[in-house]
Design a protein around this ligand. Structure first.
Ligand code: NI
Length: 250
């Protein structure tokens, strides 16, 4: 049994969502957490969670939405977070890769959402790109725990996040030949990891070039099992337990 803790499932990317869900279940991926991170995909993700038992949702405004979000939308987000299938806030965070000249605005939006997470006692899903130090400094101001989505940092950074109560989201990148992520996996072990695809992006080997899907989660688990010399079943079991606890899925 596997849980995909982070994917984007939208009619914009997938023609037949019924088929995607069916294929996930056939592949042993029993639960998926769909991330809605802009106004439209938040609504869409919540609708999917009503239609499919296996779909859970995290919602929150991605840093690339910084110019689109106002207080009204954040009030609406609070209401949307009341839905029982919404299990976390995210992906939220900081992204200095594309735009660097709006750091203050990004941090402001990030903090507003961390405040909501703290108040509602909900886990957060963190997007951090080329912004490690600011991400850590900002997170330290709030009593929250969560998931570092698509973790790609050093062993040292991994240990900081883990000490703050975070799990590392590991996905297709770990299967890439040029990735050093295996060193982090080796060091932190399966008890600090949750599985994710970030579908439709970051398709694992041997399917690179194809559109990603939660059904490929077992290939990520297999790679982690090889790195840690444990069975794919054990990877599935422990990472599912980690995810269930973090997002309170049961
Ligand atoms: Ni994502």
């Amino acid at each position: 049994m596997f849980i995909d803790t982070h994917c984007h499932l939208s009619v914009e990317d997938y023609e037949d969502i019924d088929l995607v869900i069916k294929e996930n279940i056939e592949a042993g991926v029993s639960k998926i957490i769909v991330s809605g991170c802009e106004e439209k995909t938040i609504v869409e993700a919540i609708e999917l969670s009503k239609k499919y038992d296996c779909v859970y949702v995290t919602i929150g405004y991605h840093p690339d939405q910084v110019d689109n979000v106002n207080d009204e939308l954040l009030d609406k987000l609070r209401e949307q977070l009341n839905n029982p299938k919404v299990v976390g806030i995210g992906e939220i965070g900081l992204d200095y890769y594309w735009v660097k000249d709006n750091k203050d605005k990004q941090i402001e939006l990030f903090e507003k959402q961390l405040k909501i997470a703290e108040e509602l006692n909900m886990p957060v899903v963190i997007h951090s790109r080329e912004a490690t130090q600011d991400t850590i400094d900002t997170l330290k101001k709030y009593k929250v725990i969560g998931d570092i989505h698509c973790f790609s940092g050093s062993i040292e950074v991994a240990k900081i996040y883990i000490s703050m109560g975070y799990k590392l989201g590991i996905g297709g990148v770990v299967t890439f030949k040029n990735s050093n992520l295996y060193k982090v996996v080796e060091e932190v072990g399966v008890e600090n990891i949750i599985l994710e695809t970030d579908a439709p992006y970051l398709t694992p080997v041997p399917f690179r070039g194809k559109k990603n899907s939660s059904k490929y989660i077992p290939y990520i688990a297999k790679k982690i099992g090889e790195i840690l010399d444990i069975s794919v079943e054990e990877v599935g079991e422990i990472t599912s337990k980690n995810a269930s606890q973090l997002f309170d899925l049961d």
